[in-house]
Design a binder for this molecule. Structure first.
Ligand code: TXA
Ligand code: MG
Length: 312
């Protein structure tokens, strides 16, 4: 695949929207760093983001919205959350909030969590793109997994060459570091990732205290997230169902339901959290999962399944 860098003008935004419609992720400028954007409502589109980044595990992604109307379809805003949105949006602040009922967000986007990270970016290009697409966009930083975040179109192209179709070039980003992430709780805020919106600014706007972790340092956000875990024991690499098990199939192993009958890893990633929820809700007291090949997206799927199967 050839990776094209195109100007972030009307025509560029139209081309990006068209690619996103085809579930192809596109790199776009935001005021913080470049993001790798895809349709947050479509599990296949989100799986394609992970495939392009080569991420070894599924972290929940930030859902980008173009305004409060869209934000409220995605998340439930408490009065405190609303004050913060009014003070800092559009801008480099991400709020972790309860997922709205019937939120149009794929389960893979939130990694099956009941919370969602939402942000209304200030950059006109991503905002125009969201509006043009008509739905929220999931966008992790546009760099290959493990490498540094990209603040210029050329950085993105170097990091993801051959893995994505398009980079919208909006010049260097203004802020240069990722957004501040804060979990909004009853009457306090928990800082999950520091950024240019500081704890002092949050305290002032929200009239609440902001806690970091106990020793005053901030853990990597991906590690702080407690991922969705089924309530039942999970057995991996199962070729057949044992009594009392709900079997999640893949490829030749049919199971009670299948992640992908055609052994398609993108489809399996898109369905993973949906299927785990279904298995958890089933009457069988245990879950078994067919073997998933450990290549490409299969690495992230297996990582997630190992965590789901880990003794608790
Ligand atoms: O500035 C930014 O935020 C950039 C631009 C593109 O918007 N995006 C970005 O996304 O940095 P990403 O995927 O690289 O980082 C998102 C972080 C992850 O570390 C994830 O753990 C955390 O947000 N996150 C997402 N949903 C969460 C949730 N429900 N609870 C806690 N943390 C969450
Ligand atoms: Mg990142």
């Amino acid at each position: 695949m050839e990776t094209r860098i195109i100007p972030a003008d009307e025509a560029g935004i139209a081309a990006a929207a068209e690619a996103i419609q085809r579930t192809r992720p596109v790199a776009v400028p935001t005021e913080t760093v470049y993001g790798l954007a895809g349709d947050a409502t479509n599990g296949d589109a989100v799986a394609a983001i992970y495939a392009a980044k080569g991420r070894p595990s599924f972290n929940p992604l930030i859902v980008h919205v173009d305004g409060m109307d869209m934000a409220e379809t995605v998340a439930t805003f408490s009065p405190l959350a609303r004050r913060l949105a009014e003070a800092f949006w559009p801008g480099p602040l991400t709020l972790v909030l309860p997922l709205a009922e019937d939120a149009p967000v794929a389960r893979l986007t939130t990694a099956g969590l009941s919370t969602v990270a939402v942000r209304m970016p200030a950059h006109p290009v991503i905002r125009a793109l969201i509006t043009r697409c008509g739905h929220p966009l999931a966008a992790p930083s546009a760099n290959a997994s493990g490498s540094i975040s990209a603040t210029r179109a050329e950085h993105v192209a170097q990091s993801l060459a051959g893995r994505i179709e398009l980079v919208l070039d909006g010049g260097p980003t203004e802020v240069g570091i990722e957004s501040t992430i804060v979990a909004v709780e009853e009457d306090r805020l928990r800082l999950l990732r520091p950024g240019s919106v500081t704890p002092e600014m949050l305290t002032e706007a929200g009239s609440v205290s902001v806690s970091t972790s106990d020793n005053g340092t901030i853990e990597a956000p991906g590690q702080m997230v407690s991922h969705y875990a089924p309530s039942k024991p999970v057995r991996l690499n199962a070729m057949e169902r044992r009594p009392n098990e709900y079997l999640i199939g893949f490829g030749p192993v049919a199971g009670d339901t299948s992640l992908s009958p055609d052994a398609n890893l993108t489809e399996a990633a898109a369905r993973l959290f949906d299927v785990l929820h279904v298995a958890d809700a089933a009457s069988a007291p245990a879950i078994a999962v067919a073997p998933i090949p450990a290549s490409g997206l299969g690495i992230a799927i297996n990582d997630r399944l190992r965590r789901a199967a880990a003794p608790r």
